[in-house]
Ligand binder design. Structure first.
Ligand code: FCA
Length: 332
């Protein structure tokens, strides 16, 4: 009797297990899948974009396939992989704006919907491909950086002839050029001499190490400058400038750095000894991650076409205000 009961129990539980597995399998293919490809997965900005895309996925019940693709070859392989996994569309921050035509062609060949984020596909100087896009209001945010630098400079008694500014960025990338130009314009509007603003081009992607190289070239060329303002395409590039200055013994008392991003730069504010990283314009990975994923989901599910272009704003944060402002935006 006991043996019979045990056999029955195991048959029932095997059946239950199999049923459970089958159910799980049949759930899978129905779920809409969306790819999210980023150029620099190690950067907090992109990790946050992924995090917020996942939040949208949880809210709506779709799946986000996250892929890091730091070069053109990896991007094209990633698109094929997404199609093979049953994705119906993807969001991408391309490692190079010039890859636009190849990305569009590959998306079409695989019948995938396409949405670019952060970095727009540029065909020629200032001309963009007709692809749905969300970026930051680069010039306006650059203006905020320049104004913050000028405001803080006014509080220091630095001699103009001993002071200069460095702008570190990727000159091939439109959003980067605009950020640098915006900061330059505001500095000049505040009376800073244009001839004392030096631009250091980054080779490759904008990260701390590539920015340190760009800054070191500038610092060697302008070894006579005593005090520096530092701006750039993102927090990383400004931190690169600050680290290069520190390498030459120039610290917080002789540096004012203002970043764009917030999440990478705030690490300097957590240090006990202040560095030259003075402020940053906090931009919104929530909008860029959550909203783009939401747009793509509704486009696939209901055929609702997203807005063609969206440009998001930023807010100035400092060592004193960042904790509160970032908390309000769901950032840790
Ligand atoms: C570009 C930069 C990133 C981030 C993003 C919004 O892709 O490289 O650091 O600022 O724009």
């Amino acid at each position: 009797m006991l043996r019979f009961t045990l056999t029955l129990v195991s048959i029932v539980s095997i059946g239950w297990l199999l049923g459970g597995c089958q159910k799980k399998q049949s759930d899978g293919p129905d779920k809409i899948k969306i790819g999210f490809i980023v150029k620099q997965a190690e950067e907090p900005w992109f990790q946050n974009e992924w995090k917020f895309a996942d939040q949208a996925a949880d809210d709506y019940g779709f799946e986000v396939i996250k892929i890091a693709a730091p070069d053109g070859e990896k991007v094209l392989t990633a698109i094929d992989n997404l199609a093979a996994q049953g994705a119906q569309g993807f969001i991408i921050c391309t490692p190079d704006g010039k890859l636009g035509p190849a990305i569009v062609a590959r998306a079409k060949a695989n019948e995938l919907k396409l949405f670019s984020v952060d970095d727009q596909f540029e065909v020629s100087d200032g001309k963009f491909m007709d692809v749905h896009h969300m970026g930051i209001s680069a010039r306006k945010i650059g203006n905020m950086v320049g104004k913050a630098l000028a405001d803080e400079l006014a509080k220091r008694d630095w001699k103009p002839e001993e002071t200069a500014a460095m702008g570190i960025g990727v000159l091939e990338l439109d959003t980067s050029r605009e950020r640098l130009e915006g900061a330059t314009d505001s500095l000049v509007a505040a009376g800073f001499p244009k001839g004392r603003i030096f631009i250091g081009p980054i080779r490759g992607l904008a990260e701390v190490s590539t920015a340190i190289d760009a800054a070191n070239i500038l610092l060697t060329q302008h070894a006579d400058v005593k005090n520096w303002l530092v701006f750039g395409v993102n927090d990383e590039s400004v931190l690169g400038g600050i680290r290069a200055l520190e390498g030459r013994g120039i610290g917080a008392d002789r540096t004012i750095g203002v970043g764009i991003g917030g999440s990478t730069g705030k690490v300097d504010w957590e240090k006990t000894k202040p560095t030259g990283f003075f402020a940053a314009v906090l931009i919104s990975p929530k909008r860029h991650g959550y909203e783009t994923a939401e747009y793509m989901y509704k486009w696939i599910k209901d055929g609702t076409e997203p807005p063609k272009t969206t440009f998001t704003d930023g807010v100035l944060i400092t060592r004193d205000t960042y904790k509160q402002v970032m908390k309000e935006q769901g950032l840790d």
